[in-house]
Design a protein around this ligand. Structure first.
Ligand code: HEC
Ligand code: HEC
Length: 456
């Protein structure tokens, strides 16, 4: 069950490297407004113990599932939180019921690499392929009502959680592992929410398209960004924007209003995260040569690194970057955007989808495989040479060993989909084409560039 609930501006200032300057398909994202300030340590605690999920399964019942084999305490929690999987928080609902609710932020924004647990790294191991909650909900509801009685605050707490989680799951199942349906969760649940986050059995907007998942971006990149999300649509008060996860299981806007006060601290925590340093030896002469290649071919879009580095915050039209357009198109078409603009979450923010993707900062990029917004490319070596990108590739999700030669996840090439561990780039939204900026480089230059990318 744990896994289941888991829920063209003039670019005169740019160099010409990569040809981004004066390209009408490339626009500069305006500087972000001043953000809330906060206390990073308090943010870390709120993320691990706070009530932002909204509701959950009564704790006694949830904990019983894990009583005989306690999960590893990856978030170093004390008390009840130490007894549940790290992707769940234990907290009290506004009605005084102690629940375990998830997924919390870490269910998607923490991951494993070479055996280490890395907070802020997008979870590239998640599995949203099966309707486990839908299968188990009647049983859990029966247990909760049997113990506490129908109509009890405990039964209500579970109902508030389950209605959202079931609505989310019903429309967000993905075809294979390693991709994440966060905005599909939000869309499916928002379709049952009024502007002040009350529940509506009747859908308030129609959903006409199937789910498309994405990779999860690393949190340490946020400090450089003027806008959130792959298509740059999240503008304004970042703290408010990242509260959207609560749409699934909140009791309503009175509850979200109460935890809004903690999100300045949460933002401070996220802004303070640094990327992990590359753990293996780097050939520094080769990397120095790679830096020159990077400045010639990549910096115009991705910026410069090290002392005095600058990040240009560019949004690149899909016609220019050439990567799979379906995710950007899905965000342009969804009723979620209009719903959002009229909702409790809109205050101080603007959501402006574009048919474009942000050229992300590349700090710690060695660790963030798979690559591109849809995670369709398993390694940096394949990203830099599109002829090496596999159409069907299969990972061992039980193994966190990283490939430090190609820089990314080890995989086997398959001739077709084998099972849910096979990434299928022929499916809508999961294409691995485009971003061919490394193709014209010589093999030597690519090798040097790969070495340099390890140092960012
Ligand atoms: C169900 C998985 C899931 C959960 C839970 C989740 N996120 Fe995310 N988050 C994502 C995905 C996927 C994206 C990328 C979506 C996109 O860009 O289109 C994202 C994007 C973000 C970003 C923007 C990063 C960027 O560089 O654009 C921030 C910040 C963020 N999440 C913070 C949070 C916080 C804080 C929480 C908890 C309150 C949270 N997320 C809960 C999956 C999740
Ligand atoms: C015209 C602008 C542009 C140029 C030039 C460019 N990129 Fe990109 N890059 C992008 C955009 C936009 C994305 C996001 C595309 C997507 O996710 O679909 C991206 C994504 C990436 C990613 C994936 C990041 C991740 O975590 O998934 C890497 C790595 C990368 N670029 C490296 C490079 C390198 C190395 C070069 C030079 C050979 C380069 N880029 C040249 C615009 C550019």
């Amino acid at each position: 069950m744990a896994a289941a609930l888991a829920l063209g501006l003039g670019l005169g200032a740019c160099d010409d490297g990569g040809g981004a300057a004066d390209d009408p398909a490339v626009t500069r994202i305006p500087a972000r407004p001043a953000q809330r300030s906060g206390d990073a340590a308090a943010g870390w605690d709120f993320l691990r113990y706070g009530d932002y999920v909204g509701s959950g399964v009564p704790y006694e019942i949830f904990a019983a599932f894990f009583a005989s084999s306690p999960p590893p305490n990856r978030l170093d929690r004390e008390g009840d939180g130490a007894t549940v999987p790290y992707s769940f928080n234990v907290f009290e609902t506004p009605t005084g019921v102690k629940v375990a609710g998830g997924v919390n932020c870490f269910g998607c924004h923490a991951s494993r690499l070479d055996g280490a647990f890395v907070v802020g790294l997008g979870n590239a191991f998640s599995d949203f392929t099966a309707a486990e909650l839908t299968d188990q909900a009647p049983l859990v509801q029966g247990v909760v009502e049997g113990r506490y009685g129908e109509g009890s605050p405990e039964a209500e707490a579970y109902a508030v959680f389950a209605r959202g989680a079931l609505a989310a799951e019903a429309r967000s199942l993905l075809p294979f592992r390693g991709v994440n349906p966060a905005f599909m969760f939000e869309e499916s649940v928002a379709a049952h929410r009024t502007a002040d986050l009350g529940w509506s059995e009747e859908p308030v907007f129609a959903i006409d398209a199937g789910p498309i998942g994405s990779d999860v971006p690393a949190w340490w990149l946020l400090k450089k960004k003027n806008a959130l999300y792959y298509n740059g649509m999240g503008r304004g008060d970042f703290a408010r924007l990242i509260e959207q996860i609560s749409v699934v299981a909140t009791y309503g806007s009175a509850q979200t209003e109460a935890f809004d006060a903690h999100f300045g601290d949460v933002l401070a925590f996220i802004m303070a995260i640094e990327p992990p340093a590359y753990p293996e030896p780097v050939d520094s002469a080769l990397a120095a040569r790679g830096e020159g290649v990077f400045e010639g071919s990549c910096s115009a879009c991705h910026g410069t690194y090290g002392e005095g580095g600058e990040y240009p915050n560019l949004l690149v039209g899909v016609e220019r970057v050439g990567t799979d357009a379906a995710y950007a198109d899905r965000m342009l078409a969804t009723g979620l955007i209009g719903w959002y603009a009229a909702s409790w979450y809109a205050e101080g923010t603007e959501v402006a989808p574009a048919r474009a993707y942000v050229a992300p900062p590349l700090d710690g990029v060695w660790a963030t495989a798979p690559y591109l917004h849809n995670g369709s490319v398993p390694t940096l070596a394949a990203l830099l040479d599109s002829s090496r990108r596999p159409t069907y590739w299969r990972r061992d999700f039980g193994d966190t060993t990283y490939d430090h030669a190609a820089v990314g996840w080890p995989y086997t090439v398959e001739s077709g989909p084998v099972d849910v561990s096979t990434y299928d780039t022929t499916q809508l939204g999961y294409g691995n084409g485009g971003h061919t900026f490394g193709d014209a480089l010589s093999a030597d230059d690519r090798r040097a560039l790969l070495e340099y990318l390890k140092t960012l």
